[in-house]
Design a protein around this ligand. Structure first.
Ligand code: SF4
Length: 378
């Protein structure tokens, strides 16, 4: 069982918070698709004989691609990999790309999970983030998705936006839950260096919301999502029973995956590799037979850190039995000893053989995770 991620790097407009690899152009689609098809063939042995149980088309904005372009990509994957019959196939869509014809086309490609980038139901937030859609378009797009017969639907929302109050965030969530969505990914706005917001912050032209407000919005998110029947299965992800993202859950469970396209990451248990984060560089390298990725072999410490980083973010937490079998007594003692203080502070709890973050712990998950990281020897 393995996953494939495909990175479509094109966008029509720059969102001010965006740190994903993307280019604002629509002129290189066909040369890019050609390179992507070549990469698919070149990497046909990466997953060895594993069956592909999830495919995730992300970006960038995959919905800038025509049905024909998406069809060519999926056909190539089917040609070189053994894809499970009921494979979860997700595509990310921007609301203003959605229309009846497009959705019908996606259905014919056997895409069965839709991820719609709503981000907020408030126009002032969407303007501030420099999104290209408005809330009316988002609502119309969501209805169109359901009308086309898609049932497994997730949306993205962003909280912690300057100017957004807890009350406004709460009503954003009410609107989201008034639709029959099965999954929600909710991310706190983070300001990354190099983004438009990052540059504004450097110049003192951007003020982040304070910690109390952040925590209040996170608590509101958990309370409202849980009372709407969603399970909080990962820090930023909530799903109705049976509708967790299989693709992302596989990342968190250390299942192998292949990433295709510029900046895409791959993992096979022992090494991690990442493609060139530059569209022209990627196309040139693929077409000239040169190396198009960097690779890191993972030693035991790196694998330990990788496991902690992903597992601690989930409701399944750190599996102590797995730690003991995989990282032996040294790894087990290290985790158990370190967990003591977090348990005393009420930030972590032990359920049977698993160490799990409490809601309070989730608020400072990054700090707790970094304390668990084993320093490398060099
Ligand atoms: S649509 Fe997504 S990838 Fe493109 S600029 Fe906006 S956030 Fe970034």
């Amino acid at each position: 069982m393995a996953g494939i991620y495909i990175h479509i790097p094109f966008c029509k407009k720059l969102c001010f918070y965006c740190d994903f690899y993307h280019v604002i152009t629509s002129e290189q689609n066909s040369v890019f698709v050609e390179a992507l098809l070549k990469e698919t063939e070149l990497r046909k042995d990466y997953l060895e004989d594993e069956t592909v149980s999830t495919i995730y088309i992300g970006g960038g904005t995959p919905s800038v691609f025509s049905i024909k372009e998406l069809s060519d990509i999926l056909n190539e994957i089917n040609k070189f990999f053994s894809v499970e019959e009921n494979c979860e196939i997700t595509i990310e869509l921007n609301p203003d790309d959605v229309n009846q014809n497009y959705m019908e086309g996606l259905k014919k490609l056997n895409i069965n999970r839709i991820s719609l980038g709503v981000q907020s139901w408030r126009d002032p937030d969407l303007k501030m983030l420099n999104r290209r859609h408005n809330s009316e378009q988002a609502a119309a797009a969501l209805s169109e998705v359901f009308n086309a017969g898609f049932n497994n639907v997730t949306i993205d929302l962003i909280y912690g936006i300057p100017g957004m109050t807890v009350k406004e965030w709460s009503s954003n969530l009410d609107i989201a839950f008034s639709f029959d969505i099965k999954h929600l990914s909710a991310y706190h706005l983070t300001i990354e260096p190099g983004t438009v917001f990052g540059k504004m912050l450097e110049k003192g032209h951007f003020t982040e919301i304070d910690e109390n407000e952040s925590n209040a919005q996170f608590n509101t998110l958990i309370e409202k999502a849980e009372s709407a029947g969603f399970i909080h299965y990962e820090i930023s992800n909530f799903g109705k029973p049976g509708y967790f993202s299989k693709h992302n859950s596989n990342y968190w469970k250390q299942i192998n995956y292949l990433g295709l396209g510029p900046s895409a990451h791959s993992f096979n248990g022992y090494s991690r590799q990442w493609n060139i984060r530059n569209l022209n560089g990627y196309i040139k390298a693929i077409n000239s037979g040169k190396s198009f990725f960097e690779k890191e072999e993972l030693d035991a410490k790196a694998r330990f850190n990788e496991y902690i980083m992903t597992s601690l973010r989930t409701m399944w937490g750190i599996d102590l039995e797995y730690i003991e079998t995989t990282f032996e007594k040294e790894g087990y003692d290290y985790v158990v000893n370190l967990s003591g203080k977090f348990k005393n502070y009420g930030l972590m709890k032990q359920e049977k053989n698993s160490l799990i973050l409490t809601n309070q712990g989730k608020m400072i998950s990054d700090n707790i995770i970094s304390e668990f990281m084993m320093p490398s020897e060099d």
